[in-house]
Design a binder for this molecule. Structure first.
Ligand SMILES: O=C(O)CCC(=O)C(=O)O
Ligand SMILES: [Fe+2]
Length: 311
């Protein structure tokens, strides 16, 4: 019998901290610790009702039921921002991206391409959902900035943030087919906020290279740090490898709110000292995305961001 417990993704409740400074400090340090140790945690929050959640997943099913010639009209000049599907090495996955998802304009233009005669219900629902999830993202980001004592950069960061809402559909594998819905990768984002329908599949790799399943609590979100957050933190925060493995015969739907920074990301000077020498140079976030695309480094298990802007 051993005393070592299995690694477990932390669960953090951000609801109770609103009215108490000492409670807020504690929760901020929990968030920071979770991101440094695991690169992710489950966030428990209020604001997104079960009804809204269900309606959003129903809406996404309807979206993926559209004809292929419509879905491929979801294009973007940025890598991994538009329609992805029928990839020979990822046959189970289909995915679409809604750029500028927290703005009325972004969701409108996506909806009008998918439904030229309009779909007001989908449009309003996605806008509301993206706005609510972006509030969670902003809260978490602010907490981490506070915990590192660099809150003064939060406002200017906020002005440059842009949100991509990506929706994913994974079909069950046929016999003798790969079970990999998504191969092992780190996100190129600053922060990703993920959720799913009831069908499991996501796994995260721990610091000591163990794959652990992501078992969502009802209506919870997984907050995950991307490579840009890792670089910004001067390598304190992890951007964990993760993958999707499909078992069973059910379709899996998931949603990710992906945060990017328009422009240059700089490591705060407060996070560089004798104990923590500079590990990353300033870098252009979308430039990093282009670099990743050109070199198609998908599933290469080495630290991509270090080869892009590492010192
Ligand atoms: O489907 C999921 O739960 C995760 C998707 C993912 O890792 C991604 O889109 O980057
Ligand atoms: Fe990912």
């Amino acid at each position: 019998m051993g005393f070592l417990s299995e690694p477990k993704i932390p669960v953090i409740d951000i609801v109770d901290m609103r009215n108490s400074t000492s409670c807020r400090e504690l929760v901020c340090s929990e968030v920071r610790h979770a991101l440094e140790e695991y690169g992710c945690f489950f966030v428990v929050c209020d604001g997104i009702t079960e009804d809204l959640n269900r309606a959003v997943f129903d809406g996404i099913e309807t979206l993926f039921d559209l004809p292929m010639e419509t879905k491929i009209k979801n294009t973007s000049d940025k890598a991994y921002h538009g329609y992805i599907g029928q990839l020979p090495f990822l046959p189970l996955l289909e995915s679409m991206g809604i750029e500028h998802a927290a703005s009325a304009h972004g969701v409108h233009s996506f909806t009008n391409i998918m439904w030229p005669s309009g779909n007001d219900i989908f449009c309003k629902m996605i806008q509301l959902y993206a706005k609510l999830v972006s509030e969670i993202e902003e809260t978490v980001r602010k907490m981490v900035f506070e915990s590192y004592g660099v809150n003064k950069y939060h406002e200017s960061y906020n002005e440059s943030v842009t949100y991509l809402l990506r929706v994913m559909k994974y079909r069950p594998p046929n016999m003798n087919e790969t079970k990999m819905g998504s191969i092992s990768h780190t996100d190129k984002t600053f922060i990703s906020i993920l959720t799913q329908n009831q069908v499991k599949g996501l796994e995260v790799k721990t610091k000591d290279n163990k794959w652990i399943p992501v078992n969502y609590l009802p209506s919870s979100f997984l907050v995950m740090a991307g490579d840009a957050f890792k670089a910004w933190s001067n390598d304190r925060i992890q951007s964990p490898y993760h993958r999707v493995v499909m078992e069973g015969q059910e379709f899996r739907y998931s949603i990710g709110l992906f945060t990017y920074h328009k422009g240059i990301i700089e490591v705060p000077e407060e996070l560089v000292d004798d104990e923590h020498p500079r590990k990353f140079n300033s870098f252009d976030h979308f430039g990093y995305l282009d670099f990743y695309d050109k070199d198609s480094m998908f599933d290469q298990e080495y630290p991509h961001i270090k080869s892009f802007c590492g010192v």
